[in-house]
Write a protein that binds this ligand. Structure first.
Ligand SMILES: [Fe+2]
Length: 292
């Protein structure tokens, strides 16, 4: 498989792209995301996004408006069906926080579904292209975000397994996902807004043409396969894809901006002590297209 995207625009002076050791994820330097992004800078950021799938920008003092603006370079923003985490004034922003208004902690993770491997919004027909987070407050212990490279994991499967799963499809179901992650049950309104959908288990990236395993906690079972047999195959593929060689572990710093390609990665958050630690993450999501 071809690993990188060709680009005719010269890399702008000052912009740095530093890939992680295993080639999954990269840190971008020499750019100020509080300001408008020049076309040439964006071309290289976008190339790095496609090449490395997870991008890290350090020390970016974004406010919510700048966070919005950054996301719009990548496409159309979309909200989330979970109203409890919505920003009151800017509903396209979700806030994951365990901090109350008086500064004390709630003692609970704000969204338990984030603690298990998933890809964002795969329970809808057109799941998220990218998710962009910023971190006004981080946990001193725990709270890392882990990513799995589902493209590399796919191409490292045996030829037989790839041939077996290439034509398969899985049902993705918000209601079932909530049950599996032991979150509060989905409400009738949420179930109506997000009925189960079917996606290919191997999707082809619309921009790179590369294939990736497309599963995660929202995947409940496999079409035309006994439920328990399908669950076992999903577990087996996820266990393969979350081996250390496919993982990037993001250790948060205050004012990080972290974004990833939901079309070819899974992610989860490492638990932290929600009674002691104060962790606040703001999230914006960009609409994607139908997995094919
Ligand atoms: Fe997520």
């Amino acid at each position: 498989m071809s690993e990188t995207v060709e680009l005719t625009v010269q890399k702008p002076v000052g912009l740095t792209v530093t890939p992680h050791d295993n080639g999954f994820g990269a840190e971008i330097g020499g750019i100020d995301l509080t300001k408008s992004i020049r076309d040439a800078d964006f071309a290289w950021v976008h190339k790095a996004f496609l090449d490395y799938k997870v991008l890290v920008f350090r020390a970016q003092k974004l406010d919510d408006e700048a966070h919005h603006r950054l996301a719009r370079y990548f496409g159309e923003l979309e909200g989330h069906i979970n109203k409890s985490t919505r920003h009151q004034a800017l509903p396209k922003i979700q806030i994951f926080s365990n901090v109350k208004e008086d500064g004390s902690t709630t003692g609970e993770h704000p969204e338990k579904g984030t603690l298990v491997w998933h890809t964002d919004k795969s329970y809808v027909a057109t799941p998220s292209l990218t998710t962009i987070l910023r971190s006004p407050a981080i946990a001193s212990v725990g709270g890392d975000t882990l990513f799995a490279d589902m493209t590399r994991a796919y191409y490292n499967l045996s030829t037989e397994t790839r041939a077996r799963i290439d034509g398969m499809a899985a049902v993705h179901d918000w209601k079932r996902s909530r049950e599996k992650s032991k979150e509060r049950p989905a409400t009738a309104e949420e179930i109506a807004a997000a009925p189960p959908v079917v996606h290919p288990m191997v999707r082809t990236h619309p921009e790179t043409g590369l294939k990736a395993i497309y599963l995660g906690n929202h995947a409940s079972h496999i079409v035309d396969m006994a439920i328990d047999e399908g669950e076992a195959l999903i577990s087996e593929l996820e266990a393969h894809a979350t081996q250390s060689e496919y993982i990037y572990r993001h250790k948060w710093q205050v004012d990080d901006v972290l974004m990833w390609d939901n079309r070819c990665t899974m992610h989860c958050v490492e638990p932290y002590d929600a009674t002691k630690e104060r962790r606040i993450v703001h999230r914006v999501v960009v609409k994607g297209d139908k997995p094919l």
